[in-house]
Design a protein around this ligand. Structure first.
Ligand code: ZN
Length: 134
């Protein structure tokens, strides 16, 4: 069994192309100014179609997290346990599901300041993860 990879479509391709270049791309609404993730065809706050891509700062704070010790499917993820799956509140005001890396799982705390790093899975796919800001 192989690790599942993201499937790019017309909404997500700019995001994944940014990740491949190690750049965080987010959508921002031209009407209300809010950033959003995941990308969508319209703004989830005000329903405007005036959404464009911006480069995110790559900084945020940990909102919540879990420590995975019994992954499914185990044949893919067992070598990586324990690992942290977290929600990070980005500086731009939207929230992203991700991993926290670069520290022990028990050292993750709510409000921890983190910055983005990219893990290259294939030549096409890099995934955004976050590590504590030193
Ligand atoms: Zn809006």
């Amino acid at each position: 069994m192989q690790r599942p990879l993201p499937v790019l479509d017309h909404l997500t391709t700019p995001f994944w192309e940014g990740c491949r270049e190690h750049v965080l791309r987010l959508q921002k609404c031209g009407a209300c100014g809010k950033a959003q993730f995941p990308p969508g065809p319209i703004c989830r706050s005000c329903r405007s179609a005036d959404v464009t891509w911006i480069t995110g700062s790559g900084r945020g704070t940990v909102y919540s997290w879990i420590v995975v010790r019994h992954p499914i499917p185990a044949e893919i993820y067992a070598p990586e346990v324990p690992y942290v799956v977290a929600l990070v509140d980005l500086a731009e005001g939207t929230r992203m599901p991700t991993n926290i890396v670069g520290c022990a799982p028990e050292d993750v705390v709510a409000g921890m300041q983190v910055e983005i790093v990219f893990r290259d899975l294939t030549e096409q796919i890099s995934i955004p993860q976050f590590r504590p800001i030193a």
